[in-house]
Unconditional design. Structure first.
Length: 376
């Protein structure tokens, strides 16, 4: 099957598939049918001057293009957020395959299209869809936006499950995004909660990426988790932009944990981009690095004995590096403790030494327990 493009009356680029009938001379096109629309590499939906979008992702991937503004797909989510969206493919041209045939890329499901199996599926389904089209997606429609320059202090972390509670080790769960935001240094937090995903805006003049159109970074739990673990264990990171479309590249899963030089773009599906050194690429790196305090840590010296709070609910985490830290003071490194009484905090602080049942808890062991309890 071959594919040809036609511009419709509405200006959209339609994709039509056809075969050649070689029984006649000259050969004729036959079995022509509509497959769908080719999406622009740079797309957005505007409503009353505001760009609407959804952040969507799938756990277990090795790369991602997480912003969705395709007007055909926006509005098809079953709710404002969830983990059960089944979305249509979002197809863009991705150059040619080795045999010279055109290659296509699905930005929704992060999969190339154009194999013999893909072509055979067209005859069954009547549409151009990738092999991952049934994959359920996690999503947030119209996510919370945080404009970094509007606040004195912004702290963003990957929220992993506690390493220890008064009931023991909690059951595994997926990661979340935790945000602390203060309007003035040292003031009460105006935001202190977990989010499923966030959109972080920065000053356009900062020019963090090669594409000047990009003035925000979408943050999902898988991206935050890989970034935090890379910081914690000193993995080589950078941010490389696609040489074809200019979008920053995001590695996830195995690709985030094994630095490499050849990078496949999650936005346009082309693999012509190479980094000078082996790295895991993430757009979180330049955002993290623009703040001088982001790489400075202070080991906490305070001590606490949880046995002094016997009978009260508690939670314990190993502290982890922040994805984003704009405060003019170093990050604290130690063990973070929550103790509650009647639903309110008695303790919400970070300590260097935490004792429980007569033993001193080790931060490294707590972190390993958190990692083992994080489903990704």
């Amino acid at each position: 099957m071959e594919i040809e493009r036609f511009v419709g009356d509405d200006g959209r680029l339609g994709l039509w598939g056809y075969e050649w009938d070689l029984s006649e001379k000259p050969a004729k096109k036959t079995n022509r049918r509509f497959l769908g629309y080719e999406q622009p590499v740079h797309s957005a939906q505007h409503q009353a001057g505001v760009v609407r979008e959804a952040i969507c992702w799938s756990y277990g991937r090795t790369l991602g293009n997480i912003a969705m503004s395709n007007e055909d797909l926006l509005g098809r989510f079953p709710a404002q957020e969830g983990d059960d969206a089944h979305l249509e493919c979002d197809i863009v041209a991705a150059g040619k395959m080795r045999n010279g045939q055109e290659r296509w890329w699905c930005r929704t499901h992060q999969r190339h299209w154009g194999t013999k199996g893909d072509i055979a599926d067209v005859a069954k389904s009547g549409s151009m869809r990738c092999a991952n089209h049934d994959q359920p997606m996690s999503y947030v429609v119209d996510p919370r936006h945080i404009k970094i320059q509007d606040y004195a202090e912004v702290g963003i972390w990957c929220s992993m499950p506690p390493a220890l509670t008064h009931k023991g080790v909690p059951p595994p769960r997926r990661p979340k995004i935790h945000a602390h935001v203060r309007e003035k240094p040292g003031a009460d937090k105006v935001i202190d909660q977990d989010f499923k995903a966030l959109s972080l805006h920065y000053n356009a003049k900062d020019n963090l990426f090669s594409s000047t159109e990009i003035t925000k970074v979408h943050l999902t739990p898988p991206a935050a988790l890989e970034f935090v673990l890379a910081l914690e264990f000193g993995k080589a990171m950078g941010c490389i932009s696609c040489r074809d479309c200019g979008y920053p590249h995001l590695d996830l899963g195995d690709f985030a944990r094994k630095p490499h030089t050849k990078h496949l773009c999650g936005n346009c599906g082309r693999d012509n981009t190479r980094s000078r050194e082996p790295i895991a690429s993430t757009p979180l790196k330049p955002l993290h690095d623009q703040f001088s305090r982001a790489n400075q840590y202070e080991d906490v010296a305070k001590e606490i004995n949880l046995d002094d709070f016997a009978g009260l609910p508690f939670q314990v985490w190993a502290s982890t590096p922040a994805v984003l830290w704009t405060a003019e003071r170093p990050q604290e490194r130690g063990i973070h403790v929550h103790v509650y009484k009647d639903g309110d905090y008695v303790i919400d602080d970070t300590y260097g030494v935490v004792r429980y049942q007569g033993k001193v808890l080790e931060r490294s062991a707590l972190l390993q327990t958190m990692m083992q309890g994080t489903i990704n």
